[in-house]
Write a protein that binds this ligand. Structure first.
Ligand SMILES: Cc1cc2nc3c(=O)[nH]c(=O)nc-3n(C[C@H](O)[C@H](O)[C@H](O)COP(=O)(O)O)c2cc1C
Ligand SMILES: CCCCC(=O)C(=O)O
Length: 394
C-alpha cells in the first residue's frame, strides 16, 4: 500500500512544515527559496546591489562574526531517548508575557536597502507567524506605521539613544503611544565601527537620507531644522549625524530614560556579567547578550560564549535574551539550554526579505520554527522550558 503524507490530519506542530514541503514534492513542486541558510544568503547576494549586500553581510573585520558561528559548534546537544514527545510546546515567557516561541525579530536598520517592503513587509510576516518584532530607530518607515502592520503581535521599539534628551523622550513616548510593549536600548553603537566592507564601497545609506523615517516624523527632531525635512534632506542628514549618538553617556544617565517611560527597558549589547549587574541595579528589566552580529567590536568574544556568565550573574532576577549567530534550530536550543529566555535573529530574515519580501521572511520564520520543534523532539524534550545545561554535553 502506498501512503502519501496527509498534512491536514497531522497533529498541529511547527515541525509539520517539513511534511508540507515533502507533500509539495510529491506534486513535483520544489521549494522556491533555498533551504540552507548559506544558499539563501547566496541567492540574496544575487538579487541585491553589492553595497547593500555587504552592508548586511559584513562585520567590523570578520573574525568576531566567524567566531559567533564557530563557538556554537563547541556546545553539543545531549539527546535523551524514549520520552513522550507527542505534544510539544515551544512557548516562552518574556517580560512576563507568554510568546508562542523563543524567536524574536532583531532590530535591523534601513531595510529599504534590502527590499521596498522593508519593515512593513517584515511586520506583516511577523504577524502571520506571531513572532514578536523589534523595530530599529533607524528604520525606513515610521514606528507608528510599522506597529499597525503587527496587529495583535507584540512589537518592541529599539532606541538609538540620541544625545538630546528631549528627542529620546519623544521617540520613547511615541513608541509607548503606538503600542510597543518594551524599549530596547542598544548600548554597543556609540559610534559605527571600522567596517571594511562598507568603507570599501564608501557606502553609508543614512548619509543619503535612508533609514531616517523616525526622525523626519518626529516633532522634536523637526524643531531642530530650519525647513520641513522634505525640503532640505542635507540638513536632515547633518542634524541626524549631530544628534544620533552620545559617546559621553554612562550608566548614571539611565535614570532619566527610566523616568521617561512606563514600559519595560531591555539593554542590548551586554557581554560582561558586571555590566548585566549594573543594568539590574539601574532598574532595567532585561538584557540582550549580543555582539551586534560581529558588526561593532572586531576581536570581541563570541556572543554565545558570553551568555552563561550573564545568566549566572543576573538570570534569576531579570530576563536574558540572546542574539548573534543564530542560524538553525540547534543554535536556538543551545542558547536556551545555556539560560536564554528568548533569541533574536538578524541576517536570516534579512535574506528572506531580499529574496521574496514578506513571503520570504515568513518562510524563514516557519522553517526555523519547524527546525526548533523537530530538534526539540529528537533531543527527547517536549518543551523548551525543560532545557537546561544538562541538555548539553559536558
Ligand atoms: C543590516 C543590519 C542592521 C542592523 N541594524 C541594527 C539597528 O538598527 N539596531 C540594533 O540594535 N541592532 C542592529 N543590528 C544588529 C542586530 O539587531 C542583531 O544584533 C544582529 O544582526 C544579530 O546577529 P545575526 O545577524 O548573526 O543574527 C543590525 C544588524 C544588521 C545585520
Ligand atoms: C547608524 C546605525 C547603524 C545601524 C546598525 O546598527 C548596523 O548597521 O549595525
Amino acid at each position: 500500500m502506498t501512503r502519501s503524507f496527509d498534512v491536514a490530519t497531522a497533529p498541529e506542530h511547527y515541525g509539520n512544515h517539513q511534511l508540507g514541503i515533502y507533500a509539495q514534492g510529491l506534486k513535483g513542486q520544489l521549494p522556491e527559496l533555498p533551504l540552507r541558510y548559506e544558499d539563501m544568503e547566496a541567492r540574496a547576494r544575487e538579487v541585491l546591489p553589492p553595497a547593500a549586500y555587504w552592508y548586511v553581510a559584513g562585520g567590523a573585520g570578520e573574525t568576531s562574526m566567524a567566531a559567533n558561528r564557530s563557538a556554537f559548534d563547541r556546545y553539543r546537544l545531549l539527546p535523551r531517548m524514549l520520552t513522550d514527545v507527542s505534544q510539544r510546546d515551544l512557548g516562552r515567557t518574556v517580560l512576563g508575557k507568554r510568546q508562542v516561541s523563543p524567536l524574536m525579530i532583531a532590530p535591523l536598520g534601513v531595510q529599504e536597502i534590502i527590499h521596498d517592503q522593508a519593515e512593513l513587509g517584515v511586520a506583516r510576516a511577523a504577524a502571520a507567524v506571531d513572532v514578536p518584532m523589534i523595530l530599529s530607530t533607524v528604520s525606513s518607515f515610521a514606528l507608528e506605521d510599522v506597529r499597525k502592520e503587527l496587529g495583535t503581535t507584540s512589537g518592541w521599539y529599539q532606541l538609538y539613544w540620541p544625545n538630546d534628551d528631549a528627542l529620546a523622550t519623544s521617540l520613547v513616548q511615541r513608541a509607548e503611544k503606538a503600542g510597543y510593549e518594551a524599549i530596547v536600548v542598544t548600548l554597543d553603537t556609540k559610534m559605527l565601527a571600522w567596517r571594511e566592507r562598507d568603507l570599501d564601497g564608501a557606502y553609508l545609506p543614512f548619509l543619503k537620507g535612508q533609514g531616517l523615517a523616525n526622525y523626519t516624523s518626529d516633532p522634536v527632531f523637526c524643531a531642530g531644522l530650519e525647513k520641513p525635512p522634505q525640503d532640505d534632506m542635507r540638513a536632515v542628514v547633518k542634524h541626524w549625524s549631530d544628534v544620533f549618538a552620545a559617546p559621553a553617556r554612562t550608566w548614571d544617565d539611565l535614570a532619566r530614560l527610566r523616568d521617561a517611560t512606563k514600559l519595560p527597558i531591555v539593554l542590548k549589547g551586554v557581554l560582561h556579567p558586571e555590566d548585566a549587574i549594573k543594568a539590574r541595579e539601574a532598574g532595567m528589566d532585561g538584557v540582550i547578550v549580543s555582539n551586534h552580529g560581529g558588526r561593532q567590536v572586531e576581536g570581541s568574544i563570541a556572543a554565545i560564549d558570553a551568555l552563561a556568565g550573564v545568566v549566572d550573574a543576573v538570570g534569576a532576577r531579570m530576563d536574558v535574551l540572546f542574539d548573534s549567530g543564530i542560524r538553525r534550530g540547534a543554535d536556538v536550543l543551545k542558547a536556551i539550554a545555556l539560560g536564554a529566555d528568548a533569541v533574536l535573529i538578524g541576517r536570516p530574515f534579512a535574506w528572506g526579505l531580499a529574496c521574496a519580501g514578506q513571503a520570504g521572511v515568513e518562510e524563514v520564520l516557519r522553517r526555523l520554527l519547524a527546525d526548533i520543534d523537530l530538534t526539540l523532539a529528537l533531543t527527547g524534550n517536549d518543551s523548551l522550558d525543560g532545557l537546561s545545561r544538562v541538555s548539553l554535553a559536558p
